[in-house]
Design a protein. Structure first.
Length: 142
């Protein structure tokens, strides 16, 4: 069985080893589908506009998400001139994985440990974290 074109072994590598573009893309596309399918969840983005750029310092991960007009769009190949409201740069793939899977997404702790660098409006990160936690709660995994 293929998972987003990864296959079972590829998915295991994404979840248990190095996080790459595919994992972050799958996560963001999952959020997008949840907004489409769950009316209550979609209320999180009503009237919200925001552009996120997620990347690693080494450049092995780069994906963007845009929220506008009650919709979400995932950009799997953002360019250097991508117009973002907040850019989150993770030290490496491990820092990205640790941040995404931490129970409380402690942004301050990640910043203090020099694992994450943020440019732009930090309140967008809290909004994204809320939406991610809300979705995981709804799915029964958080």
């Amino acid at each position: 069985m293929a998972f987003g074109g990864l296959g079972r072994k590829g998915l295991e590598k994404e979840l248990c080893g190095k996080v790459t573009d595919k994992f972050l893309e799958l996560l963001l596309h999952g959020m997008d589908w949840a907004f489409r399918l769950l009316e209550d969840y979609r209320k999180n983005i009503e009237g919200f506009k925001g552009r996120y750029l997620f990347r690693t310092a080494g450049g092995d991960v780069a994906v963007a998400a845009t929220f506008k007009d009650g919709d979400m769009e995932v950009n799997e190949e953002p360019t250097d001139d991508y117009d973002w409201n907040v850019r989150i740069t993770f030290k490496d793939s491990a820092a990205l994985r640790d941040f995404l899977f931490s129970k409380d997404q402690d942004i301050l702790n990640s910043l203090l440990k020099n694992e994450v660098e943020m440019d732009g409006n930090v309140s967008y990160i809290y909004k994204f974290g809320f939406m991610a936690r809300d979705l995981s709660r709804r799915l029964g995994v958080g």
